[in-house]
Design a protein around this ligand. Structure first.
Ligand SMILES: NC(=O)c1ccc[n+]([C@@H]2O[C@H](COP(=O)([O-])OP(=O)(O)OC[C@H]3O[C@@H](n4cnc5c(N)ncnc54)[C@H](OP(=O)(O)O)[C@@H]3O)[C@@H](O)[C@H]2O)c1
Length: 345
């Protein structure tokens, strides 16, 4: 019997590392997504700082990225004065993909873009921790009012399925504790320190390999982990916490000796984000900091840029997932997963 594929318009905001990987991925995966899920994903718009591109028929994301990467890529192709609301109003609402930079201070530009899309009846899949982590309740309520969905797998450890496991796979179980290695950069540095490098050498190597940013402070200072932890806590535990509720210590103060001493005892220092019941057992304490793990800890073997998370529950025991690509393509794949699940569930 012929199947009626569902047409889904996609608008991409932000054409940096993740945005480009997503534009390439949607071109690469459009055939398999159509045949497997009956979804015809059409990239109709791209919003950049320098302008907006729109095509009702659909844009070829892969060619546009190649063109954008050329130093003299056709800037005239980028329409300069098409406000986001006009672009979103041009077609039946689909999914707005937010790959803009996420400032944990201002939350912009992601927050404004997401709010506008939700108001106009567009679903949202965002890679940015800033808006989603710090405005969780408000954005969820805005989405509910508009009758749409907002998802942020890419903002919560990219390809590692943290929210899907916590929200869907553990439904009905009481989550008693969450522990996660949620930042690949810090984990890479700690792994290399364990192997004998100093903190400075390991950081320098991570920067040379493109694993660490030129300014690594959010990663090594524990703030990236804290943002992810806040989103996970609010989604999985139903809390209404913000960054101010998290005790944060990074690995920038961790001594080389402490890492090597732990390794000498067969243990390992990891930057752990944890949600633990508070002393009264009624609320939650959120903490990020270096922790010494014994070999029998489920996250002990998570090394290099890998990440992992353990949910301890009342009925399902401890459930751990680890691995997942920790790069822009992995983040783009997490966005694609969110789009598919938004459209088929
Ligand atoms: N990199 C990763 O592996 C990774 C993984 C998971 C999550 N994330 C998150 O994903 C987001 C994007 O990360 P990224 O690494 O791709 O950053 P990026 O390379 O800095 O790219 C961000 C892009 O956003 C665009 N932009 C800036 N202001 C804008 C505005 N007002 N309107 C529209 N576009 C705007 C810029 O594109 P133009 O210059 O073309 O305007 C810029 O290239 C961040 O929130 C990050 O935290 C990144």
């Amino acid at each position: 019997m012929p199947r009626n594929d569902k047409d889904v318009a996609v608008v991409l905001a932000g054409l940096g590392q993740v945005g480009k990987a997503f534009a390439r991925l949607i071109a690469e995966k459009s055939g398999p997504v159509r045949s497997r899920y009956g979804l015809n994903l059409r990239l109709v718009g791209i919003v950049r700082k320098r302008g907006t591109l729109y095509s009702q028929e659909g844009l070829d994301g892969a060619s546009l990225v190649s063109e954008a990467e050329r130093p003299a890529g056709r800037p005239e192709a980028w329409l300069k004065d098409l406000p986001l609301s006009d672009l979103l109003g041009k077609c039946k609402p689909g999914v707005l993909v937010d790959c803009t930079p996420s400032s944990i201070r201002t939350r912009e530009p992601g927050l404004g873009i997401i709010r506008e899309a939700l108001c106009m009846g567009w679903h949202v899949a965002t890679a940015g921790q800033g808006p989603r982590g710090l405005e969780y309740a408000g954005l969820k309520e805005a989405a509910r009012r508009a009758g749409v969905d907002i998802r942020c797998s890419a903002a919560t450890a990219a390809a590692l399925p943290t929210l899907d496991v916590g929200v869907i796979s553990l439904a009905g179980a009481e989550v008693l504790k969450i522990e996660g290695i949620l930042n690949g950069t810090s984990n890479y540095i700690l792994t290399r320190m364990e192997e004998g490098m100093s903190y400075g050498q390991a950081l320098g190597e991570a920067q040379a390999k493109g694993i660490a940013e030129p300014d690594p402070s959010l990663d090594v200072g524990g703030w990236d982990t804290a943002c992810k932890l806040v989103i996970i806590a609010n989604a999985v535990l139903g809390t209404a916490v913000g960054l101010k509720d998290v005790g944060v210590e990074g690995i920038d103060e961790t001594s080389d000796q402490a890492v090597r001493a732990a390794a000498g005892q067969g243990r390992a220092v990891k930057l752990l984000g944890g949600c633990l019941k508070d002393e009264a057992g009624t609320g939650w304490e959120l903490r990020v900091g270096p922790a010494v793990l014994d070999p029998d800890h489920p996250l002990f073997g998570v090394r290099g840029t890998s990440k992992g998370i353990t949910f301890t529950t009342d009925t399902m025991g401890a459930v751990t997932v680890s691995g997942g690509k920790s790069d822009p393509r992995g983040a783009a794949a997490a966005i694609l997963k969110d789009i598919i699940n938004i459209c088929i569930l």
